[in-house]
Design a binder for this molecule. Structure first.
Ligand code: PGA
Length: 246
Protein backbone atom coordinates (compact mmCIF):
# COMPACT_ATOMS: atom_id res chain seq x y z
CA UNK A 1 0.00 0.00 0.00
CA UNK A 2 1.31 3.38 -0.96
CA UNK A 3 -0.34 6.26 0.93
CA UNK A 4 0.05 9.89 -0.10
CA UNK A 5 -1.35 12.85 1.83
CA UNK A 6 -2.09 16.23 0.25
CA UNK A 7 -2.62 19.73 1.62
CA UNK A 8 -5.10 20.91 -0.96
CA UNK A 9 -7.96 19.46 -3.01
CA UNK A 10 -6.28 20.66 -6.17
CA UNK A 11 -3.07 18.78 -5.44
CA UNK A 12 -5.01 15.64 -4.52
CA UNK A 13 -7.09 15.83 -7.71
CA UNK A 14 -4.00 16.48 -9.77
CA UNK A 15 -2.17 13.48 -8.33
CA UNK A 16 -5.10 11.14 -9.01
CA UNK A 17 -5.58 12.58 -12.50
CA UNK A 18 -1.87 12.14 -13.22
CA UNK A 19 -2.08 8.45 -12.40
CA UNK A 20 -5.10 8.01 -14.67
CA UNK A 21 -3.77 10.20 -17.48
CA UNK A 22 -0.31 8.60 -17.25
CA UNK A 23 -1.86 5.16 -17.69
CA UNK A 24 -3.84 6.24 -20.77
CA UNK A 25 -0.70 7.81 -22.25
CA UNK A 26 1.39 4.67 -21.82
CA UNK A 27 -1.44 2.24 -22.55
CA UNK A 28 -3.89 3.70 -25.08
CA UNK A 29 -6.11 0.59 -24.83
CA UNK A 30 -6.39 0.82 -21.06
CA UNK A 31 -9.45 -0.54 -19.26
CA UNK A 32 -10.52 1.89 -16.53
CA UNK A 33 -12.87 1.27 -13.61
CA UNK A 34 -14.55 4.57 -12.79
CA UNK A 35 -16.32 5.96 -9.74
CA UNK A 36 -18.94 8.63 -9.10
CA UNK A 37 -19.76 10.77 -6.04
CA UNK A 38 -18.33 14.04 -4.80
CA UNK A 39 -14.71 12.91 -4.54
CA UNK A 40 -13.88 12.21 -8.22
CA UNK A 41 -15.27 15.51 -9.56
CA UNK A 42 -11.95 17.37 -9.20
CA UNK A 43 -10.09 14.40 -10.67
CA UNK A 44 -12.28 14.32 -13.78
CA UNK A 45 -11.94 18.12 -14.17
CA UNK A 46 -8.19 17.71 -14.23
CA UNK A 47 -8.32 14.75 -16.66
CA UNK A 48 -10.54 16.81 -18.99
CA UNK A 49 -8.13 19.74 -18.90
CA UNK A 50 -5.16 17.40 -19.61
CA UNK A 51 -7.15 15.92 -22.50
CA UNK A 52 -7.95 19.37 -23.89
CA UNK A 53 -4.26 20.17 -23.94
CA UNK A 54 -3.87 17.23 -26.33
CA UNK A 55 -1.92 15.04 -23.92
CA UNK A 56 -3.69 11.80 -24.90
CA UNK A 57 -6.74 10.24 -26.49
CA UNK A 58 -9.46 8.00 -25.07
CA UNK A 59 -10.38 6.58 -28.49
CA UNK A 60 -9.20 3.08 -27.60
CA UNK A 61 -9.94 3.17 -23.87
CA UNK A 62 -12.77 1.14 -22.33
CA UNK A 63 -14.43 2.19 -19.07
CA UNK A 64 -16.63 0.38 -16.58
CA UNK A 65 -18.41 2.28 -13.85
CA UNK A 66 -18.80 0.80 -10.42
CA UNK A 67 -22.51 1.27 -9.97
CA UNK A 68 -25.86 2.78 -10.90
CA UNK A 69 -29.15 3.28 -9.08
CA UNK A 70 -32.01 0.89 -9.77
CA UNK A 71 -35.10 2.46 -11.32
CA UNK A 72 -33.74 5.97 -11.90
CA UNK A 73 -34.12 6.98 -15.58
CA UNK A 74 -30.69 7.23 -17.25
CA UNK A 75 -31.37 10.86 -18.17
CA UNK A 76 -32.32 11.81 -14.59
CA UNK A 77 -29.77 14.46 -13.54
CA UNK A 78 -28.67 12.33 -10.57
CA UNK A 79 -28.24 9.06 -12.45
CA UNK A 80 -24.63 7.97 -12.69
CA UNK A 81 -25.06 7.85 -16.47
CA UNK A 82 -25.78 11.61 -16.33
CA UNK A 83 -22.97 12.23 -13.84
CA UNK A 84 -20.40 10.56 -16.10
CA UNK A 85 -21.56 12.43 -19.18
CA UNK A 86 -21.54 15.73 -17.33
CA UNK A 87 -18.17 15.38 -15.61
CA UNK A 88 -16.19 13.33 -18.13
CA UNK A 89 -17.67 11.62 -21.17
CA UNK A 90 -19.07 14.73 -22.89
CA UNK A 91 -15.63 16.37 -22.78
CA UNK A 92 -13.34 13.61 -24.07
CA UNK A 93 -13.14 11.45 -27.20
CA UNK A 94 -14.13 8.15 -25.55
CA UNK A 95 -16.53 6.36 -27.93
CA UNK A 96 -19.93 5.93 -26.24
CA UNK A 97 -19.91 2.22 -27.12
CA UNK A 98 -16.78 1.75 -24.95
CA UNK A 99 -18.20 3.46 -21.83
CA UNK A 100 -20.14 0.96 -19.76
CA UNK A 101 -22.37 1.41 -16.73
CA UNK A 102 -24.75 -1.18 -15.32
CA UNK A 103 -28.34 -0.68 -16.49
CA UNK A 104 -30.43 -0.05 -13.40
CA UNK A 105 -33.59 -0.10 -15.51
CA UNK A 106 -33.09 -3.55 -17.01
CA UNK A 107 -36.25 -5.65 -16.92
CA UNK A 108 -34.21 -8.68 -15.87
CA UNK A 109 -31.78 -7.47 -13.22
CA UNK A 110 -30.09 -10.86 -12.74
CA UNK A 111 -29.42 -11.08 -16.49
CA UNK A 112 -28.08 -7.52 -16.46
CA UNK A 113 -25.63 -8.40 -13.66
CA UNK A 114 -24.41 -11.40 -15.65
CA UNK A 115 -24.11 -9.28 -18.81
CA UNK A 116 -22.05 -6.65 -16.99
CA UNK A 117 -19.66 -9.23 -15.53
CA UNK A 118 -19.24 -10.84 -18.95
CA UNK A 119 -18.44 -7.46 -20.52
CA UNK A 120 -15.76 -6.85 -17.89
CA UNK A 121 -14.34 -10.35 -18.40
CA UNK A 122 -14.25 -9.87 -22.15
CA UNK A 123 -12.39 -6.56 -21.82
CA UNK A 124 -9.69 -8.38 -19.85
CA UNK A 125 -8.45 -7.18 -16.49
CA UNK A 126 -9.33 -3.66 -15.32
CA UNK A 127 -5.99 -1.80 -15.38
CA UNK A 128 -6.93 0.91 -12.91
CA UNK A 129 -9.92 1.02 -10.58
CA UNK A 130 -10.73 4.40 -9.10
CA UNK A 131 -12.55 4.20 -5.76
CA UNK A 132 -14.12 6.55 -3.23
CA UNK A 133 -14.98 5.46 0.29
CA UNK A 134 -18.39 5.55 1.97
CA UNK A 135 -18.75 6.69 5.59
CA UNK A 136 -19.65 3.11 6.45
CA UNK A 137 -16.68 1.63 4.59
CA UNK A 138 -18.50 0.76 1.38
CA UNK A 139 -16.64 0.58 -1.93
CA UNK A 140 -18.80 0.89 -5.01
CA UNK A 141 -22.11 0.15 -3.33
CA UNK A 142 -20.80 -2.92 -1.51
CA UNK A 143 -22.30 -2.14 1.88
CA UNK A 144 -21.12 -3.68 5.18
CA UNK A 145 -22.63 -7.17 5.42
CA UNK A 146 -22.13 -10.60 6.93
CA UNK A 147 -20.89 -11.79 3.53
CA UNK A 148 -19.83 -9.92 0.41
CA UNK A 149 -20.64 -10.82 -3.18
CA UNK A 150 -17.96 -11.36 -5.81
CA UNK A 151 -19.68 -10.14 -8.99
CA UNK A 152 -22.20 -7.51 -10.04
CA UNK A 153 -25.38 -7.65 -7.99
CA UNK A 154 -28.33 -5.66 -6.74
CA UNK A 155 -27.93 -4.13 -3.31
CA UNK A 156 -30.25 -2.49 -0.78
CA UNK A 157 -28.54 0.78 0.06
CA UNK A 158 -27.63 1.26 3.72
CA UNK A 159 -29.39 4.00 5.68
CA UNK A 160 -26.08 5.86 5.98
CA UNK A 161 -25.65 5.78 2.19
CA UNK A 162 -29.20 7.03 1.59
CA UNK A 163 -28.55 9.89 3.97
CA UNK A 164 -25.20 10.76 2.40
CA UNK A 165 -26.73 10.79 -1.09
CA UNK A 166 -29.85 12.72 -0.08
CA UNK A 167 -27.86 15.92 -0.70
CA UNK A 168 -28.27 15.30 -4.42
CA UNK A 169 -32.07 14.88 -4.28
CA UNK A 170 -34.99 17.06 -3.12
CA UNK A 171 -35.58 14.80 -0.13
CA UNK A 172 -34.37 11.55 1.46
CA UNK A 173 -37.47 9.80 0.10
CA UNK A 174 -36.38 10.48 -3.48
CA UNK A 175 -33.06 8.64 -3.12
CA UNK A 176 -33.37 5.26 -4.87
CA UNK A 177 -33.25 2.46 -2.31
CA UNK A 178 -31.45 -0.02 -4.51
CA UNK A 179 -28.47 0.00 -6.83
CA UNK A 180 -26.48 -2.33 -9.06
CA UNK A 181 -22.85 -2.54 -8.05
CA UNK A 182 -19.74 -4.29 -9.21
CA UNK A 183 -18.80 -6.86 -6.59
CA UNK A 184 -15.71 -6.83 -4.42
CA UNK A 185 -14.27 -9.79 -6.37
CA UNK A 186 -14.21 -7.69 -9.54
CA UNK A 187 -12.83 -4.64 -7.73
CA UNK A 188 -10.01 -6.65 -6.16
CA UNK A 189 -9.11 -8.21 -9.52
CA UNK A 190 -8.08 -4.80 -10.91
CA UNK A 191 -4.33 -4.52 -11.57
CA UNK A 192 -4.12 -1.23 -9.69
CA UNK A 193 -6.57 0.40 -7.27
CA UNK A 194 -6.54 4.13 -6.53
CA UNK A 195 -8.56 4.94 -3.41
CA UNK A 196 -9.24 8.65 -2.97
CA UNK A 197 -10.73 10.05 0.24
CA UNK A 198 -11.27 13.59 1.48
CA UNK A 199 -12.61 15.22 4.63
CA UNK A 200 -12.51 14.90 8.42
CA UNK A 201 -15.87 13.09 8.36
CA UNK A 202 -14.07 10.16 6.69
CA UNK A 203 -11.03 10.09 9.03
CA UNK A 204 -12.39 7.33 11.28
CA UNK A 205 -13.42 5.05 8.43
CA UNK A 206 -10.10 5.66 6.66
CA UNK A 207 -8.33 4.47 9.79
CA UNK A 208 -10.53 1.34 10.08
CA UNK A 209 -10.26 0.56 6.39
CA UNK A 210 -6.49 0.89 6.17
CA UNK A 211 -5.31 -0.13 9.64
CA UNK A 212 -8.20 -2.07 11.19
CA UNK A 213 -9.03 -5.77 10.86
CA UNK A 214 -9.98 -7.11 7.45
CA UNK A 215 -13.70 -7.69 7.75
CA UNK A 216 -16.84 -7.64 5.63
CA UNK A 217 -18.19 -5.14 8.20
CA UNK A 218 -15.86 -2.66 6.49
CA UNK A 219 -15.70 -3.71 2.82
CA UNK A 220 -12.86 -1.27 2.11
CA UNK A 221 -10.65 -3.17 4.59
CA UNK A 222 -10.36 -5.90 1.95
CA UNK A 223 -8.28 -3.44 -0.05
CA UNK A 224 -5.44 -4.07 2.43
CA UNK A 225 -4.95 -7.41 0.64
CA UNK A 226 -4.46 -5.80 -2.78
CA UNK A 227 -0.89 -5.94 -4.14
CA UNK A 228 -1.05 -2.55 -5.89
CA UNK A 229 -3.14 -0.14 -3.82
CA UNK A 230 -2.48 3.60 -3.95
CA UNK A 231 -4.28 5.69 -1.33
CA UNK A 232 -4.61 9.44 -1.87
CA UNK A 233 -5.90 11.41 1.11
CA UNK A 234 -6.28 14.99 2.14
CA UNK A 235 -4.83 15.90 5.53
CA UNK A 236 -8.26 15.83 7.24
CA UNK A 237 -9.07 12.29 6.04
CA UNK A 238 -5.60 11.13 7.16
CA UNK A 239 -5.73 12.62 10.64
CA UNK A 240 -6.51 9.38 12.53
CA UNK A 241 -3.91 7.22 10.80
CA UNK A 242 -1.40 5.87 13.29
CA UNK A 243 2.20 7.06 13.41
CA UNK A 244 3.63 4.23 11.37
CA UNK A 245 2.95 4.74 7.73
CA UNK A 246 0.40 2.14 6.60
P1 PGA B 1 -18.36 10.71 -1.98
O1 PGA B 1 -18.82 9.18 -1.96
O2 PGA B 1 -17.21 10.78 -2.93
O3 PGA B 1 -19.56 11.43 -2.49
O4 PGA B 1 -17.99 11.06 -0.58
C1 PGA B 1 -17.89 8.17 -1.82
C2 PGA B 1 -18.59 6.84 -1.78
O5 PGA B 1 -19.69 6.75 -1.21
O6 PGA B 1 -18.04 5.88 -2.32
Amino acid sequence: MNTLIFDTDDKLGEAAANILSGLVQTKPRAVLGLATGGTPVGIYNQVVSDFKRGMFSFREVTTFNLDEYVGLPVDHPESYHSYMRHHLFDHIDLPAAQAYLPDGNASDIAAECRRYDELIDRAGQIDLQLLGLGHNGHIGFNEPAHALIRGTHVVELAEETLQANARYFQSLDEVPKQALTMGVGTILKAKMIVLVVKGADKAAIVQSALQGPITTDCPASLLQTHPHLIVLLDRAAAEKLGGTSP
